[in-house]
Design a binder for this molecule. Structure first.
Ligand code: AOF
Ligand code: ZN
Length: 424
């Protein structure tokens, strides 16, 4: 049976519309968005979603939801977004802004997530809408939080409201993927990101990777970072690139700086030369940011005076072995990382290098892939991502979005599990 892939419309990346992500001078004309027909459900849902993007990164672990109320004549009454954590929900904000209450008679509410049905920090949004004179509720997708899970929609229907579900659902699902995966699969979302040459190398055989992909691809990489709670890089990559691991070069707002996890099973970062230390301090370990270094007890004992002890970094101990990646998954959900982040981890992006990525893939992880392919051939073979599988055993991914970014091609793919559990 042919399987239906949830491919997003062509002006969308997996993490939002291109015109919201790239600064105008970097936005290729073919990625400029054409607005949906004015007044259509898609038009208003896009408005609700664009509204929700403004508080992206401020609401976690709560998803950033958008709500637009439209009167019976098709004119906007008010709009609202989820307030910074632990703030009000979008529907409540939109309702509180209604000045002319009779304008709600026969109105439509556009909400990017199923209105909640539970009494939490907020009273149930479904009740608020149910007892209003609003006639119709249009919802992008359901809320998998076990406290809600369809009950919001049931409440609305039981109160006589007309409910339309599924407008822009794939785009909104992709946007809220961390929240959705955490509640659906009870674990954080694992994203893998890399840029490679046409012949599959992440760096040439002398380890040089500057610059495989072009400036537009790199701007998108920075945007991606703000979508994830954590970004993980291997120590070898840190010592090769001295990455800043921050969000820059893409459009504002930059409200979701990820917590960097530096994965160092060999203890390479613990005792570098003075010169390397200076580079690390000036570029990677910037004083205003926390970092988590994951290394072993043995490495720490061998370097009791390591400079990293002075950096206020959180250091966790792991015993890398065969179950290395499973152990890392436990560590990122454990108390130290939760405390350093300030909340439960819903998502992590693995940024490289090729060995680190291959470890995760071989261990069976990879919910979403952001892969850039640049038109360059190195002919090398030392820096490849590999799952070490035969074609007959290999799992097939589904392309969610693709784009040409100058001369690079970006392909964003989701696993079969994510397709079935989140996008169906
Ligand atoms: C909505 N509208 O704007 C958002 C919702 O602890 P609480 O009361 O803030 O509830 C958090 C849960 O509510 C969250 O996990 C998710 O299921 C839902 N988020 N619901 O009706 C909103 N942000
Ligand atoms: Zn709510």
């Amino acid at each position: 049976m042919p399987s239906h892939s949830p491919h997003l419309s062509s002006h969308f990346s997996a993490t939002g519309p291109w015109d919201q992500i790239l600064p105008i001078p970097l936005l290729p004309t073919h990625l400029q968005r054409t607005a949906p027909i004015e007044g259509s459900d898609a038009f208003w849902m896009t408005e609700a979603w664009l509204e929700s993007m403004r508080n992206h990164g401020l609401t976690r672990p709560n998803p950033a939801v958008g709500c637009v109320l439209v009167n019976a004549a098709g004119k906007e009454i008010s709009r609202g977004i989820t307030q910074p954590f632990p703030g009000l929900h979008a529907e409540k904000v939109a309702m509180d802004r209604v000045i002319d209450l009779p304008s709600l008679i026969g109105a439509t509410a556009y909400v990017t997530l199923e209105p909640c049905s539970h009494i939490g920090r907020n009273p149930p949004c479904a009740d608020l809408l149910a007892k209003s004179p609003i006639r119709r509720i249009v919802i992008a997708r359901t809320d998998p939080n076990p406290l809600v899970q369809g009950q919001g929609i049931e409440k609305l229907r039981a109160s006589g409201k007309q409910v339309t579900l599924g407008v822009l659902s794939h785009e909104v699902s992709a946007w809220n993927l961390g929240f959705l995966v955490k509640h659906t699969l009870k674990r954080p979302l694992v994203a893998l990101k890399w840029a490679q040459t046409l012949d599959g190398q992440l760096a040439d055989d002398t380890m040089k990777s500057h610059w495989i992909s072009g400036p537009v691809s790199r701007a998108y990489t920075h945007w991606l970072r703000q979508n994830y709670d954590l970004i993980l890089v291997g120590a070898q990559t840190v010592l090769k690139d001295f990455p800043r691991l921050d969000v820059r070069d893409c459009n504002l707002p930059h409200q979701g700086e990820p917590l960097p996890i530096l994965f160092d099973p060999k203890g390479l970062l613990l005792n570098p030369s003075e010169e390397i230390q200076t580079l690390l301090k000036n570029r990677t370990f910037l004083p205003h940011r926390k970092h988590v270094i994951v290394t072993t007890q043995t490495n720490l004992q061998a370097n009791p005076n390591s400079w990293v002890h002075d950096l206020e970094n959180v250091i966790l101990l792991a015993q890398p072995g065969q179950k290395l990646i499973e152990e890392l998954m436990q560590i990122i959900q454990g108390p130290e990382v939760t405390q350093a982040l300030g909340r439960d981890v819903q998502s992590i992006m693995i940024e490289g290098g090729s060995k680190t990525l291959s470890h995760w893939i071989s261990a069976g992880y990879g919910d979403i892939f952001h892969t850039f392919i640049a038109p360059v051939l190195t002919g090398g073979d030392k820096n490849r991502v590999t799952a070490r599988k035969l074609l007959s055993q290999a799992s097939r991914l589904h392309t969610l979005a693709s784009a040409q970014l100058e001369s690079d091609i970006l392909i964003e793919m989701i696993s079969q599990e994510i397709k079935e559990r989140i996008f169906s």
